[in-house]
Design a protein around this ligand. Structure first.
Ligand code: ZN
Length: 142
């Protein structure tokens, strides 16, 4: 049996959420297309409001997906340079590609108002406890 890194599960949950959101975006685009076509066929129909509502939802979904992508990167110990979009190690203070200085806060986890819950079908498992960092209490200066 393979050993699963608990992080892999978290990342899979995020990836699932991203693909779900992409599906929702597709559905909204379908609806927007149909609404627009309805208006094209009948000029008396005003679908602007209906279309705008869906566009707002799509915008929100894209934003959620961006946040999820950042969370996945964070789980992998990476962060995105806001300037050149290059993946950098979380510990880097400067982008190794363009030299952009990272905001120290960018190394912290992005918390969303509505935290994505992992796939509901998955059996609820105890979250693996963080191993306490090995104590390096030995003081060399005596
Ligand atoms: Zn950069």
């Amino acid at each position: 049996m393979a050993l699963f890194d608990p992080k892999t599960k978290v990342i899979q949950g995020y990836e699932k959420a991203i693909s779900d959101k992409n599906l929702s975006i597709k559905r909204y685009y379908d609806e927007i297309g149909r609404l627009y076509y309805g208006q094209y066929k009948d000029n008396n129909v005003d679908v602007t409001k209906d279309i705008n509502t869906r566009c707002d939802s799509v915008t929100k979904l894209y934003r959620d997906i961006e946040e999820l992508k950042h969370k996945i990167l964070f789980e992998k110990g990476l962060k995105l340079c806001p300037s050149c979009k290059t993946e950098n190690n979380l510990e880097y203070a400067f982008c190794f590609k363009c030299g952009n200085k990272f905001n120290p806060e960018s190394a912290t986890r992005v918390i969303m108002e509505d935290e994505i819950t992992p796939a509901p079908s998955a059996p609820a498992e105890e979250k693996a406890e963080e191993k306490p960092a090995e104590e390096k209490a030995e003081d060399t200066a005596e």
